[in-house]
Design a binder for this molecule. Structure first.
Ligand code: PLP
Length: 358
C-alpha cells in the first residue's frame, strides 16, 4: 500500500520533537474551520456489503481544502499571533496539504507566510494554492526532506533578526500546540457519538507526522472515551510512530491540564508501501466505490490507505467503525487526472525565480 504521487510523500511530514517550550496557558484559538464537521453513516456504501461505517467529515472542514490541518492551524496561527509574529514560516514538499493550508491560514490572519519546500514546487496543486494565498516559496534546491525543519528555524531566526518577527512551525504542524486542535476534535466526536447513542469498535485515521493522532488520544483520554484508535501509518514503522505519537499526546495533555493519554488505546497499522504509484487494485477499487456510492474523494497517500483499513475493520469487528476522512482533496483531484498506476515523474529540483534557498 502506498501513495501514487511523489508530491504527496508523507515523509514530508517529520517526526518532529514535541515542543519543549513550557506553556503556562493555552494559545488563543484563531477560528478557521466550520465546526463541528459532520459525523455521518455511509449508508449507500454499507449497501455494497462492508458493514457499518461512520464517517467523520473533516474533508468538509470549510477552510480552503485544509482537511484535518485546519484544526492544527487554528492553534498554531493563534500561537503565532500571540507571539507577536508578522511572518509564519513553515515548510514541506510540493504536495504538502499542510503548506497550502498554512499559507491560506496565514493570509486570513494577516500574517506573511514563507514556505521552505524541498524538491521542485512546480505546479503541484497545493503549491498553486499556497502561491494564490501570497506565500513566498523558498525551494531548497534538493530532495533532502529532513533539512527542511532546520531551514525553517534558520529562516525564522533570520527574519526575526531583521526586524520581521517570525514564528517557525515544523513540517506537518505536529507540535503539542498543533495537536490541541485534534484534542478538541476528540471531544467533538464524543459528543456526536453520544447524540447517536452509538459506541464504535474503533476510530481509524491516517498518521503522517502524528499530530492529529496524538491530539485525538489526548482528547479521548480527557473525555474518558476508551474506544480504540487505529492509526494507519503511511510512512514510518509503527514502533517509531507509537513512541512519537504518545510523546506528543502526553505533551498535549500537559498543555490542557488533562489526564495523560492511554497507550493501550493506540493500535497501529503499517500501511507503508513498496513505492509510489502502487495503490493495490483492491485499494483502487475501494476508492472508486467510495466516490461512486458516497461521493468521497480520496487521496492516495492518506485517504485511500485509511479508508481501506477501516473497511477491513468493519468486517472484523462488531459495531460501527469511525473512519476519519482527513481531506487531502487537492491531491485527490490531482490523482484523478492521471492514468492509473503512472506516477508523476520526479523532476529535478529547480529554484523558483526570485527566491533563493534561505
Ligand atoms: C489529508 C491528510 N490526512 C492525514 C494527514 C496526517 O496527519 P498528521 O500529519 O497529523 O499525522 C495529513 C498530513 O499532512 C494529511 O494531509
Amino acid at each position: 500500500m502506498s501513495g501514487d504521487d511523489p508530491d504527496d510523500d508523507p515523509d514530508d511530514e517529520p517526526m518532529t520533537a514535541p515542543t519543549k517550550t513550557p506553556m503556562t496557558r493555552l494559545p488563543p484559538r484563531f477560528p478557521l474551520a466550520t465546526l463541528p464537521t459532520p459525523l455521518v453513516p455511509a449508508r449507500r456504501l454499507a449497501a455494497t456489503g462492508p458493514g457499518r461505517l461512520l464517517v467523520k467529515r473533516d474533508d468538509l472542514v470549510g477552510f480552503a481544502v485544509a482537511g484535518n490541518k485546519a484544526r492544527a492551524l487554528e492553534y498554531l496561527v493563534g500561537a503565532a499571533i500571540d507571539f507577536g509574529a508578522r511572518v509564519l514560516v513553515t515548510g514541506g514538499g510540493p504536495g504538502s496539504n499542510f503548506c497550502a493550508a498554512a499559507a491560506v491560514a496565514a493570509r486570513v490572519a494577516d500574517l506573511e507566510c514563507e514556505l521552505v519546500v524541498w524538491g521542485d514546487p512546480g505546479a503541484a496543486p497545493n503549491m498553486r494554492i499556497a502561491r494564490a494565498a501570497g506565500a513566498r516559496i523558498l525551494p531548497t534546491g534538493d530532495d533532502d526532506r529532513d533539512a527542511v525543519d532546520v531551514l525553517v528555524a534558520e529562516r525564522a531566526a533570520e527574519l526575526s533578526l531583521s526586524g520581521r518577527k517570525a514564528y517557525a512551525v515544523p513540517r506537518g504542524g505536529s507540535t503539542a500546540i498543533g495537536a490541541l486542535g485534534f484534542a478538541d476534535a476528540a471531544r467533538e466526536l464524543v459528543a456526536q457519538l453520544a447524540a447517536l447513542d452509538d459506541r464504535p469498535s474503533a476510530i481509524v485515521l491516517p498518521v503522517g507526522s502524528g499530530g492529529s493522532c496524538a491530539g485525538l488520544l489526548s482528547g479521548l483520554a480527557e473525555a474518558g472515551c476508551p474506544v480504540p484508535v487505529v492509526g494507519v501509518s503511511v510512512s514510518r514503522p509503527p514502533a517509531a510512530v507509537r513512541e512519537h505519537v504518545l510523546a506528543l499526546a502526553r505533551q498535549c495533555s500537559v498543555l490542557r491540564g488533562a489526564p495523560p493519554p492511554r497507550p493501550a488505546q493506540l493500535e497501529l497499522v503499517d500501511a507503508r508501501g513498496p513505492g509510489f504509484g502502487s495503490l493495490t487494485p483492491q485499494e483502487r477499487e475501494r476508492c472508486r466505490t467510495a466516490l461512486h456510492t458516497e461521493g468521497f474523494l480520496l487521496d492516495a497517500t492518506y485517504g485511500a490507505e485509511a479508508f481501506s483499513v477501516a473497511l477491513d475493520l468493519c468486517h472484523d469487528r462488531p459495531g460501527p467503525v469511525v473512519w476519519w476522512h482527513t481531506g487531502g482533496v487537492a491531491a485527490a483531484i490531482d490523482r484523478l487526472g492521471r492514468p492509473e498506476g503512472v506516477p508523476v515523474s520526479t523532476s529535478r529540483p529547480r529554484l523558483e525565480e526570485g527566491h533563493g534557498t534561505p
